[in-house]
Design a protein around this ligand. Structure first.
Ligand code: TYD
Ligand code: MG
Length: 450
């Protein structure tokens, strides 16, 4: 910055320019530049020590974790709330963020003071909800405040061990001119809260709204600043909710927690495999069960395919829900070239049951098996599980944690498995007969689909 007082500030993103322009060069917003005061001192999220220290000299301290009393939530967090960490929880409106956090506030140990700060609901509404959910409230205080400076002053006095901010989009800082919820407000308020968390050891939970595009409003700005980012997902009309860790400095990313929304609030789903399998009375064509491993545990998930005569005139439809769309096109090309099964005259739809999104490649083989099963109208036995990555040469590649997946399948009563040869366990597993395959053709043979 050349001279103080000569900059223009974007009210959308907080970017600075030296001369006025119609469009902000940083975020592309129109007419958002305003003659600003001097660039405010750049504040960063956290810098605790000012001098470099040798790692070996640093004392090894175990991080302290506080349970929230909700097992699934604790697991997604990596084993409970880490003292002094900042966690962002995003999700569509009405998905249950406030409900879960209120329950998590009540579930913390009684000696743990929790302050629930709301900018969205009245204190009476929260009190009513807490009563209805039968949340323990002795250690729980509520505060209606949207100015971050006032909030921090209150926190200095109250000294809670954990603060819940519902939501971060309603907070504003007096130092920033733009409206609450704008990127520059989010950046400023969040960075003040992060600094507060790190210097005082207070745990901060931030609720974040999700935009139409599915990002937490304030593109990525918040995600970089916080220690963990959790997203709530659900299918539109399902009462099941999936909490997924997108980023976690203190635990496994991609960890999943499964809840059901009931009239008594969020209830944990203890045996999640059950909800991802639809129970057909007998085997049906187009349905194949796979074992996915999202996060730290294996999950049995049903992959369904429907291949239907295309009317698109050489332009068949490919639609994948819960799997990557581009990957589906690639897999279907592999199927044609390396197993001689053409789907060009068919529209192919893939659906992962239960609204879960599989982000790993282990579901490739199940997706193709389900497609061929639908094409040929030939079911795969209900007691068979299938997993493995399909390569472009038609090879079936091993995936991580093969044995763990097989054990889970055996535990849930599956008696047969078709898996990559590289995933064959060294010793046979009890109760499950495992066939190792090298190529797609062999895999379809093992499943009696050729
Ligand atoms: P809420 O936690 O307010 O969602 P968010 O904070 O993510 O916007 O939950 C809202 C929905 O949940 C609302 O439509 C009512 C429903 N709900 C229940 O079904 N059971 C309950 O016990 C509670 C508190 C809410
Ligand atoms: Mg809410």
């Amino acid at each position: 910055m050349s001279k103080a007082g000569k900059t223009f500030v974007c009210s959308e993103c907080g970017g600075h320019t030296l001369k006025w322009q119609g469009q902000c060069p940083a975020c592309g917003a129109w007419n958002s530049l305003e003659a600003g005061a001097a660039a405010p001192a750049r504040r960063t999220g956290y810098a605790g020590e000012v001098k470099g220290l040798r790692l070996a000299e640093l004392e090894q301290t175990d991080i302290e974790r506080v349970p929230t009393g909700i097992g699934e939530f604790d697991r997604v967090l990596g084993g409970g709330l880490v003292t002094g960490s900042v966690v962002l929880i995003g999700g569509d409106p009405g998905i249950g963020k406030s409900t879960l956090l209120l329950q998590a506030a009540g579930g913390q140990p009684a000696a743990h003071k929790v302050l629930y700060v709301t900018g969205e609901e009245s204190l009476q509404q929260i009190a009513m909800r807490a009563r209805r959910l039968e949340v323990a409230t002795e250690h729980l205080a509520v505060l209606a405040e949207t100015c971050v400076e006032h909030l921090l002053a209150a926190l200095q006095q109250e000294k809670p061990a954990c603060v819940i901010i519902d939501s971060v989009q309603t907070l504003y800082s007096e130092d920033v001119a733009s409206a609450p919820g704008s990127v520059s407000q989010l950046r400023e308020t969040a960075s003040q809260l992060v600094r507060f968390a790190k210097t005082t050891g207070t745990t901060v939970l931030l609720v974040g709204h999700v935009t139409k595009e599915g990002n937490i409003a304030g593109p990525r700005v918040l995600e970089h600043m916080v220690d963990a980012v959790l997203y709530f997902e659900s299918e539109s009309d399902s009462r099941y909710r999936i909490l997924r860790a997108i980023k976690n400095r203190f635990g496994a990313a991609n960890e999943l927690g499964i809840f059901a929304m009931t009239d008594a609030g969020m209830r944990e789903v203890k045996n999640p495999s059950a909800i991802f399998l639809s129970r057909h009375p007998e085997a049906v064509a187009g349905s194949v069960v796979t074992v996915s491993r999202e996060g730290s545990r294996p999950l049995l998930i049903e992959v369904q395919a429907l291949a239907d005569q295309s009317s698109g005139g050489g332009n068949p439809r490919r639609l994948a829900l819960g799997l990557d769309q581009n990957r589906l096109s690639m897999l279907l090309a592999t199927l044609n070239r390396h197993a001689g099964v053409s789907a060009y005259e068919f529209d192919v739809f893939i659906n992962v049951v239960g609204g879960v999104r599989i982000s790993e490649t282990s579901a490739d083989l199940a997706a193709l098996a389900a497609t061929v099963s639908s094409l040929r109208d030939r079911p795969v036995a209900q007691t068979t599980v299938v997993f493995g990555e399909v390569g472009l040469a038609g090879e079936i590649r091993p995936v991580a944690f093969g044995e763990e997946r097989l054990l889970e399948a055996a535990k849930r009563g599956f008696t047969h498995a078709v898996v990559p040869r590289g995933n064959l366990p060294k010793k046979p597993l009890q109760g499950i007969q495992i066939t190792g395959v090298d190529y797609l053709r062999g895999a379809l043979q093992a499943l009696a689909l050729t």
